[in-house]
Design a protein around this ligand. Sequence first.
Ligand code: C2E
Ligand code: MG
Ligand code: MG
Length: 724
Amino acid sequence: MSGPDAPEKRTLILVVDDDTAIRELVREALEHFQFAVVEARNGRDGVASFTAHKPDLVLMDVRMPEMDGFQATAALRQIPAAATTPILILTGLDDTDSIRRAYEAGATDFASKPINLFVLGHRVRYMLRAKRTVDDLRESEARLAHAQRIARLGNWERELKSGRMRWSDEMYRIFGVDPKTFTPNLQAYLELMQSQDRELVARATGEAVRQEGPYSFDARIVMPDGAVRHVHEQAEIVLDEDGTPLRLSGTTQDITERKQTEDQIRFLAYYDGLTRLPNRALFMERLNQALAAAQRQGRTLAMLFLDLDRFKRINDTLGHTFGDRLLQAVSERLKKCLRSTDTIARGDPLTSSDSVARLGGDEFIVTITDIARGEDAAKIAHRVLDSLNEPFKLEEHEVVVTGSIGISLFPHDGADVETLLKNADSAMYHAKDAGRGTYQFYSKSMNAAAFQRLALENALRKALEREEFMLYFQPQVDVSTGAIFGVEALIRWKHPDLGMVSPADFIPLAEETGLILPIGEWVLRAAGTQGKAWQDAGFGPLIVAVNLSGRQFRQQQLVQTVEEALQATGFDPHCLELEITESILVQSVDDTLTTLKRVRAMGLRVSVDDFGTGYSSLTYLRRFPIDTLKIDQSFTRDIATDAGDAAITAAIIAMSQGLKMAVIAEGVETEEQRDYLLQRGCRLMQGYLFGRPVPADQFRLLLEKQASGQKRPARAATRRRAAR
Ligand code: C2E
Ligand code: MG
Ligand code: MG
């Protein structure tokens, strides 16, 4: 639009009038004001002329042939280019109806004839200026909207009182709602937010009102398709002249991409891209926190440093891509094997797979934040090594990987992350030296202890099938008659190397490993078989007492196990007594009650072992169906010398009488103890004074002696049977 067209750059006015004289006058007046003018003789010509010349303003007569001014104005407004062009209607009809029709048709303004030609020039100028202002505003609004669209930023206002909101177009786009159907207000706005973040709005608004200042927060919104996006909201309070808060004026920006980028950056900084495990940086950070917590709570923490054996060779022979895939597979195995942790650790430190980290290369670190004792770390090391044993099948290759593990313990082997790491690392090298596929503790003594314990555990696993268990029997005596009325079965383990192992040394291990269940079953059967043999041999109905551990007592199939043992041995249930320690009984009272009732319904007797040490309350004792209390040997021991123990013993005896339970004193070694107990009314006793625990054949000698030498005990036994 330069060169020959240049003069047309002057502002062009289209004058539409059927009166030639008026057109001439108007032209002259407008040209005086430096406007260019084109003319048209009627409405139709006017529309055509507009299309041809694109004038900046139109002066329109009303009454014209062919097409009048109203029609022509309406027609012009249909043309996009004329949509906002000022149209001034010149009319001789200055009645209100014509004025209304003019505006309805789309006129910008009107002037009545006769025309003041001088004023007309000024009027036109003024209209053009107003149009420019409106154009500028429109353009700047469009620019703003464009900028907002690019920035994914919307602006809004919210009336504090009514909650009504005014949203810019971009707001609707950010929230994914349709401006035609969605009415923005506080309630509707809150509903678009993720429920946990809604309170942010109320809190921020309250703050802004109180402080008369701005606020900002990040929140999550839920799109109609359920996708969650992140927004940053910023607003300011607007006050009225009196300083009363009126409304909030704010912006909301969609920052989802930024958040994702931040997450991505965080991931890259703290995680290993290949295995998606925490990397060294995150591991160090987390472990520092874990150490501080372990320190506060006095816990033991274990660090396992795993290095794959001969990984370099796999990389070299099968390629790095394969090596990468193998590392991924290994890390999956590690995560899985640590998730399925059993009761080794006291807490549950392995619930998060983040307890595994990759230090780089083929080095992994496993941390266990709470272990009961060092040997438990050895168990986890075992499990980790076992989990690698299964061949990896990748890309039609099958590879077997072994690893070496070094273990350091906090606080034993170091007080800080660096030291623990260094020591675990050096222990790992010892493991490699020791032949790979194994683990080593940093501390030598730990190695020995762990070895011993694991060796014992392994031996215990095999003891059953190797028939290394046997029962010893200790007599229970009615001192008033001297008769052996019962016998306690006590397990012994004849270890091929260690000799006779005391139950105090292996029962806890059996409990922990769950081996107690098959062992306990064996005890029940062996005791039943023996009891039946003595009965068949004519020694009368001897009560055989068997000890139950906590895990046995709590197991679902207890009743079934006992029933099967009785059936298999043919032993009389009325002669079988189950000993349960007081501390086990009080653990979960309702379950205890249920189990006791079921056991008693079978005809079995129940005694409370080690009574006086377990803090059971009288209330429980009254509720539990119990036959006998066994006074713990710690009380018996000092009964004659310690006034406190004597008092407790006397109280237990009195209590058992009140509760109509039998009472038996354990650990009676001297006549003094015996006499004291007898004096207090306790007739039933067990202890070295009457007989140590002995194998079945020796116990039989006792029974024989009793049967032949003394008539009374035998008769007592017969009476007991008759009473039932
Ligand atoms: P407990 O049931 O309280 O058994 C009594 C323990 O005291 C036995 O030790 C017995 O040998 C010992 N003892 C008996 N009279 C005297 C005495 O006059 N003086 C002294 N100092 N000790 C005496 P043992 O056989 O070493 O058993 C220890 C514990 O092991 C038992 O305590 C019981 O809790 C557990 N136990 C033994 N056999 C089994 C079993 O088959 N299953 C289960 N779950 N636990 C068993
Ligand atoms: Mg016992
Ligand atoms: Mg006991």
